[in-house]
Design a protein around this ligand. Structure first.
Ligand SMILES: [Zn+2]
Ligand SMILES: [Zn+2]
Ligand SMILES: [Zn+2]
Ligand SMILES: [Zn+2]
Ligand SMILES: [Zn+2]
Length: 325
């Protein structure tokens, strides 16, 4: 089982600041001294807020528009550290949903979406990007929504899941974990169905407060054994791969690790494999999210295994979890 971290916790409202100044170009030939470089100016000079500057000092003081490259002589607007001229500000600094001008604070998502405070208050947050889901958003469970852009790339079908499962198998193999027996059953389902399976599964050991993104079940009786991975639907490709890597690690543990291993080691190692896969695939943000989990089992477990890795290396860590309880 793995924690699902809602990225809405990480997104912040960003202050939009507006800078203006009095600017003029003067063509009189006169004996002026540049306020900044102190050199005498012959020919054209510029005044900013009443102070005299030479061309190169003026250009170093007035920012260029991030969008169109023009010198922002009429003042500029700073959005997330980027400066926009007035024209570009009115053109681009608009809410992605309602189109109104962004003023004061607004929400910026990791995917580059920008939304006014009104839309943020009006619509439920998208489970994937944390921006408001908007009027065309999808409700995928009583408490989960996706905006149209995220819904278009979210994982919903068994075929998609099976494809990512193969990728997870290959990723684990490259880390040295070979799954000799494929998982018997792969299922993708909505939040409530997943929860009811989870709460009814005998292997349920620990309930994290952050929600369940997936889990692995293994049963053994006189007729044989059965293994199954359950995955929450509507997740991104990256997160689905992260969940599958974690759950497949549990499948590997069944055959390679002490069965009575502590939960901290079991889950910590599964999180560590997820973390490694995210790093290998270049999904840095997902990797960082795993590090930010502060759950006493999942978060602490990952940090514990990272310490083991720092000491013993990757192969040494795998040998460690094969032996230590
Ligand atoms: Zn787990
Ligand atoms: Zn100067
Ligand atoms: Zn511009
Ligand atoms: Zn809006
Ligand atoms: Zn979204």
């Amino acid at each position: 089982m793995i924690w699902r971290i809602f990225c809405s916790f990480l997104c912040i409202f960003i202050l939009l600041s507006i800078f203006s100044f009095c600017f003029s170009k003067n063509l009189e030939v006169s004996d002026q001294v540049c306020t900044k470089c102190k050199q005498h100016i012959t020919g054209e000079y510029w005044t900013i807020d009443g102070k005299v500057y030479c061309r190169s000092c003026m250009e170093s003081l007035i920012p260029k528009c991030y969008k169109c490259g023009v010198l922002c002589t009429e003042g500029y607007y700073n959005i997330d550290g980027y400066n926009y001229c007035k024209n570009c500000f009115y053109k681009y600094a608009r809410c992605d949903i309602c189109g109104s001008l962004l003023e004061g604070t607004f929400k910026r998502t990791d995917k580059g979406g920008k939304f006014c405070a009104k839309c943020v208050a009006k619509y439920p947050a998208c489970d994937m990007c944390s921006g408001p889901a908007g009027p065309k958003g999808y409700k995928i469970s009583p408490s989960r929504y996706l905006c149209p852009a995220c819904a278009a790339v979210a994982i919903f079908t068994h075929d998609q899941l099976a494809y990512i499962y193969k990728e997870a198998i290959a990723q684990l193999r490259s880390l040295g974990l070979v799954i000799t027996r494929p998982v018997d059953n792969l299922s993708i389902m909505d939040e409530n169905t997943l929860k009811s399976y989870y709460y009814n599964t005998k292997s349920m050991e620990y309930i994290p407060s952050g929600g369940v993104g997936g889990f692995y079940s293994f049963s053994l009786n006189h007729q044989g054994s059965a293994s199954r991975i359950f995955v929450l639907n509507g997740l991104s490709y990256e997160k689905t791969l992260s969940v599958l890597s974690h759950e497949l690690t549990h499948a590997w543990q069944i055959e390679n690790c002490p069965l009575d291993q502590s939960l901290l080691l079991k889950e910590g190692f599964a999180q560590w494999i997820s973390y490694k896969v995210m790093i290998n695939k270049g999904f840095r943000k997902e990797a960082e999210l795993l590090l930010k989990i502060d759950d006493p089992v999942y978060g602490e477990g990952l940090r514990y295994i990272l310490n083991v890795e720092a000491y013993y290396g990757i192969q040494g860590t795998i040998n460690y979890v094969k032996q230590v309880k």
